[in-house]
Design a protein around this ligand. Structure first.
Ligand SMILES: NCC(=O)CCC(=O)O
Length: 334
């Protein structure tokens, strides 16, 4: 936006002139939304019987490996460039040491390979955090109730290298430990994975909007305490910007703001200050609010595309959203 827009006094300026019909509105539309702006997060389960709809996220399912392959094919058909895999692992196999996080045959890694075999050109994004494999639901290793930073970073690097080995294209460190981006970038360079990109969950807030996600991955009853010693206080804008600056300076290729809609001020500021590829995560609670209200008849389904357009207006290059296939389908038939 220009710093000093020139507006002639009324009636010389009538802003409604450019709103009077669909074609003239189209000519002055500033922002658009396409399927290529979307990343589709999917849940993949290894637990027999756990597949199917997630109660707090109506319309979203936990998928089997076969389901994940079908989702990949659907993404490709719809022009969605990337899928992000979230594993739903067997509760009984979650440990304090999180050893399964770097098992090449854990469900997340099986899903990477299955998707890359099915649709090689799809950008497969992963999640780097220990919570899917951690007995206590935290993103890092815990000793005596303390989330250990440096030991967690070592574990996350092991996890990341195996994901890269399995064919991941885009790593999504969501753990919020200090120093992990630099450690990941160094390890990727040193292990022949120089082209694997990092989309850092840079400004990740300690939010209540993640509730349904924890149901989806079976972490709701597990979490001991909260994540406030590593995720950012929702009150803190300057701190979030420092996190983004730090991650970019350590080698993040892209950055994310999470959650999305309640944090659009941060999205705009990140884009304006850093000019880096900027993504937002429209998280599970945002999905549940919209989908719940739509199903109750209180909102129209148009609000979904509107919400995504608002991320674009706020400066986001793309959005991780559970609505991705529905919206891409609607865009294809427009
Ligand atoms: N690392 C992913 C999350 O923490 C939660 C996302 C969501 O609530 O959708």
């Amino acid at each position: 936006m220009s710093a000093n827009p020139i507006i002639a006094p009324f009636p010389a300026t009538r802003l409604r002139r450019l709103r009077q019909n669909a074609n003239i509105r189209a000519m002055v539309t500033e922002t658009d939304l396409s399927a290529h702006n979307l990343i589709w997060p999917i849940f993949v389960t290894e637990v027999t019987g756990a597949e199917g709809e997630i109660a707090s996220m109506p319309g979203v399912e936990r998928l089997t490996l076969d389901g994940a392959k079908r989702a990949a094919e659907r993404a490709a058909e719809l022009g969605i460039p990337s899928i992000c895999i979230f594993p739903h692992s067997d509760q009984d196999l979650r440990t304090e040491g999180c050893e399964r996080a770097w098992d090449p045959d854990n469900i997340g890694n099986l899903a990477i390979r299955a998707i890359k075999e099915t649709v090689p050109e799809l950008v497969v994004m992963t999640d780097i955090a220990l919570d899917p494999y951690n007995a206590n639901g935290h993103d890092g290793l815990v000793r005596d109730g303390v989330i250990l930073n440096d030991e967690s970073v070592e574990a996350l690097v092991r996890m990341a290298l195996v994901q890269a080995e399995c064919g991941a294209d885009l790593l999504g460190p969501s753990d919020m430990m200090d120093g992990r981006i630099g450690a990941l970038r160094t390890a990727l360079e040193a292990n022949s994975h120089k082209d694997v990109a990092i989309l850092s969950y840079a400004a990740k807030f300690a939010s209540g909007f993640y509730g349904p996600f924890r149901d989806a991955v079976g972490a709701s009853g597990r979490l001991v305490g909260d994540k406030k010693t590593y995720q950012v206080n929702p009150a803190n804008r300057e701190e979030a910007l420092r996190c983004v600056a730090r991650d970019l300076s350590e080698g993040a290729d892209m950055v994310m703001v999470k959650p999305g809609l309640p944090y659009l001020d941060i999205c705009r500021e990140v884009k304006d200050r850093f000019g880096a590829p900027t993504f937002a995560y429209q998280v599970s609670g945002e999905y549940a609010m919209l989908e719940g209200a739509i199903r109750a008849g209180w909102l129209s389904r148009d609000t979904v595309a509107e919400s995504l357009l608002c991320f674009r207006r706020a400066g986001c290059d793309g959005i991780l959203t559970y609505f991705a296939p529905e919206v891409a389908e609607a865009l294809a038939h427009k």
